[in-house]
Design a protein around this ligand. Structure first.
Ligand code: YSA
Length: 347
């Protein structure tokens, strides 16, 4: 093959390959194959010295002209493919302003929070102020001030989550420690409710959680009687559940009251017939209550000969269960959006 025939052969080969290059990757590979350090044109020009003397001028001129021609063809093809790639990317990024928007997802207040708000409103109308207290509490306020002696079973490790080793700091097991904190800082008369989380080392079932919410109530004045306690809780139940729900008070013991009662409503899940929530009794305990023990009044500096008071601690999840017919307390902390969305209210 003469030098001119070789040049024509390389040109045909290169132009055919360039026509078939469909992407930027293809033409980068093409440039390497024909114009790169080991490309066809470069190797041809490097081999000039080995050609017969009469062929060298033709090969030199023709080879350089071919290099110029192929470089120009590569640049034109590169520019065309780059523009195409940019057009495709811009088309892909284009925003279709006619598409409908995605509906925003609105959060909603948790059913326990809703119940706390509702209870605060009910008790505000009865003259109670809402206050809050710490969830990490000292054993002093959680037990000592409440007349719970050191050897009382409620202090047992099975009921209480201790935060420190000597057992002086606890996750509060009830909202009652706020009784002492409030009375220490307030001159009577006192009327407060205290909603908040409490923690118990307790087995779970349909009506028991290890983390729950309570609403503490405390009223202290010169002439408070058990009738005030009964009237207050009965009115709360009437406003929350309507007048058809039955309420019940029975004697109970708590070291910080005398006398003490438990307060129950007839089970809304089974209508009082008996089910797994009320454990077949037809009643579900909503809270403990009673007349503040004189020892507690003394511990905070109140004179029990002048002042008397009542206090109660209600289970907020249990109230919400009876209010909305929820048959398992574990649903409240289960984070199942299908459950929670049923309580979403318009803002
Ligand atoms: C009693 C007398 C007072 O003068 C003031 C407050 C009290 C209540 C006392 N501090 C207390 O915690 N009593 S309690 O252990 O019986 O709990 C009160 C209410 O919390 C229960 O009636 C129930 O409604 C709810 N509760 C208790 N443990 C629960 C629970 N709810 C769900 N899961 C649990 N594990």
């Amino acid at each position: 093959m003469t030098a001119q025939e070789t040049i024509d052969y390389i040109r045909t080969l290169a132009m055919t390959a360039l026509d078939g290059a469909g992407s930027l990757e293809d033409i980068v590979a093409w440039e390497r194959a024909f114009l790169g350090a080991k490309g066809e044109v470069t190797l041809f020009l490097r081999g000039l010295a080995s050609l017969p003397a009469d062929q060298r001028p033709i090969a030199g001129r023709g080879g350089n002209a071919l290099k110029t021609e192929l470089t120009a063809a590569w640049e034109a093809r590169h520019a065309a493919l780059s523009a195409g790639a940019l057009d495709r990317r811009l088309a892909g990024d284009a925003i279709d302003v006619t598409l409908p928007g995605r509906p925003p997802i609105f959060g909603a207040s948790h059913p326990v929070s809703q119940m706390i708000d509702e209870l605060s409103e009910i008790f505000a109308l009865l003259g109670f102020q809402t206050v809050f207290g710490p969830e990490i509490e000292t054993a002093h306020y959680n037990f000592d001030v409440l007349n719970i002696p050191k050897d009382h079973p409620a202090r047992d490790v099975w009921d209480t989550f201790y935060v420190d080793l000597p057992g002086e700091i606890v996750l509060r097991t009830h909202t009652s420690p706020m009784q002492g904190r409030v009375m220490e800082q307030t001159e009577p008369p006192v009327r407060v409710v205290v909603p908040g989380r409490v923690y118990r080392y307790e087995a779970q079932d349909a009506s028991h959680e290890w983390m729950l919410h309570q609403l503490e109530g405390l009223a202290v004045d010169r002439t408070i009687t058990m009738a005030d306690l009964k009237g207050t809780l009965a009115e709360m139940a009437r406003q929350l559940f309507g007048s058809e729900r039955k309420t019940r008070f029975r004697c109970d013991f708590f070291p910080f009251v005398e006398p003490g009662v438990d307060f129950a409503v007839d089970c809304a899940i089974c209508g009082g017939a008996g089910c797994r929530v009320c454990k077949g009794t037809g009643w579900l305990e909503m809270g403990g209550a009673g007349m503040v023990h004189p020892n507690v009044l003394r511990a905070v500096g109140y004179d029990p000969d002048i002042y008397s008071g009542f206090a109660f601690g209600l289970g907020i999840e249990r109230l919400a269960m009876m209010r909305s017919g929820v048959d398992d307390v574990r649903a409240f902390a289960g984070n199942d959006l299908r459950f929670l969305r049923q309580f979403a209210r318009a803002a």
